[in-house]
Ligand binder design. Sequence first.
Ligand code: UDP
Length: 237
Amino acid sequence: MNITVKEQMYEGKAKQVFATSDPEIVMVHYKDDATAGDGEKKGTIHDKGIVNNRLSNALMQKLEEAGIPTHFVEEINDRDTFVKKVEIVPLEVIVRNVAAGHFTLRMGVPEGTEFKTPILEFSYKNDDLHDPFINHYYALALELATQEEIDTITKYAFAVNEELKKIMADVNIKLIDFKLEFGRLADGTIILADEISPDTCRFWDATTGEHLDKDLFRRGLGGEEAAYQEVMKRLLG
Ligand code: UDP
């Protein structure tokens, strides 16, 4: 692809975004930096950027094949990818199959409890406010998204859950929960953006229950580098 990379537009906690010569495409660079606990805990996970870039791209391509539109355009190298430029909808879209993390604290349900049906929840993506839990009425009232966009996001989020559960089950990993972000193309079309990785999903080994995700780092349990590599090995060989 004949695209040149230009100035950095944005730097987040785990990624940098660069403009390119094509106004409809940006380049994402994945870093090894990791944060947890609302940014209070900072560190690095060796080669996390490589794992997350490669895994997210592979998963997004599988989701595209299943009919879910994503931002993926082209993997350039181990850490850099061209993606479609979007305006991010300021919602963290969380899907849960099994109780873990904040849900267990908020609801008093033990970690590992399987839900009868998947749960969809929204947070307002705002670091200053610590991403508060909201419902779709908040999103409509504050014009974070339209009803039509929320309907589309809801449909895609459950579709991602069904596909991702199958993809992970094939490599003996149970999909506990995950966070998605969606974006709007210039014409308003909603597509899946951001990343799908052990940073944004809880993955448990289906046999041993071993954690293969960022909870190892969040909880200071150790072994996160090996866990990220293990997920990549199982999915990409
Ligand atoms: N998650 C995320 N970014 C966030 C918050 C949550 O990627 O800022 C992911 C997290 O990895 C998990 C799911 O969303 O897979 C649900 O997270 P939860 O609400 O339980 O919050 P946590 O306990 O992870 O802070």
